[in-house]
Design a protein around this ligand. Structure first.
Ligand SMILES: CC(C)(COP(=O)(O)OP(=O)(O)OC[C@H]1O[C@@H](n2cnc3c(N)ncnc32)[C@H](O)[C@@H]1OP(=O)(O)O)[C@@H](O)C(=O)NCCC(=O)NCCS
Length: 178
């Protein structure tokens, strides 16, 4: 578990499922993904997350707002499940319920995740990526000190050719630059 000023980044609990399914069915939250998720797809995602924690010892943490105890989404570190020119690697990522956006919460949790990755896991580099048009997510990447080299841009191998979300930007941060 990791604690920040306003957040607990913790293990998932059974009662996280309902608010997580609600946010994954929200078109605002899923604007830059191919589709919103059904409850069954959300359960499958949580199961994959559990398996990731078991295999790697880290993953997407459930993010809880300390002030209210509310589950607000996930923030954390993960090993991408596809191959690309920059894999294998560890990425930092985030997905929050829309009512909690624009308070700097993703940035706060992402900074703590980077510290954990560099200081506890001893990683040499952490990356992040998103579709080109996802300005909110790119802004978080920039605010946490990551840099973007257009030469790293790539086509996401799990998104169909010709799909508008296929082109992705990659941001990187090395431990000695953090
Ligand atoms: C991306 C996401 C986690 C950001 O969460 P957040 O807590 O609102 O992020 P922060 O408040 O820390 O920072 C967001 C930044 O984006 C900016 N921003 C928000 N909406 C914007 C918009 N429409 N255009 C440009 N910038 C925007 C904010 O102003 C802020 O930057 P600033 O501090 O310089 O003003 C949240 O929007 C989200 O969950 N989106 C849906 C899921 C998603 O896309 N996840 C990432 C997939 S790679």
């Amino acid at each position: 578990m990791v604690e920040t000023e306003r957040l607990l980044l913790r293990e998932w609990r059974e009662d996280d499922f309902e608010p997580f399914a609600r946010m994954c069915a929200d078109p605002r939250v899923m604007e830059f993904f191919p589709a919103t998720l059904t409850p069954e797809e959300t359960v499958a995602g949580i199961e994959r997350g559990r398996a990731h924690f078991a295999r790697h010892g880290f993953g997407w943490w459930a993010a809880e707002l300390k002030e209210t105890g509310a589950f607000i989404g996930f923030i954390g570190l993960a090993v991408p499940y596809f191959e690309a020119h920059f894999t294998p690697c560890v990425e930092v990522g985030w997905r929050l319920a829309a009512e909690y956006w624009r308070r700097g919460l993703a940035t706060e949790g992402a900074r703590a995740s980077l510290r954990y990755g560099f200081e506890v896991l001893g990683l040499a580099e952490i990356v992040s990526f998103t579709t080109v048009a996802n300005v909110r997510s790119r802004r978080v990447m920039e605010k946490i000190g990551m840099t973007h080299d257009p030469a790293d841009d790539f086509d996401h191998p799990r998104i169909a050719e010709g799909h508008p979300l296929r082109r992705h930007v990659l941001y990187r941060l090395r431990a000695n630059a953090a």
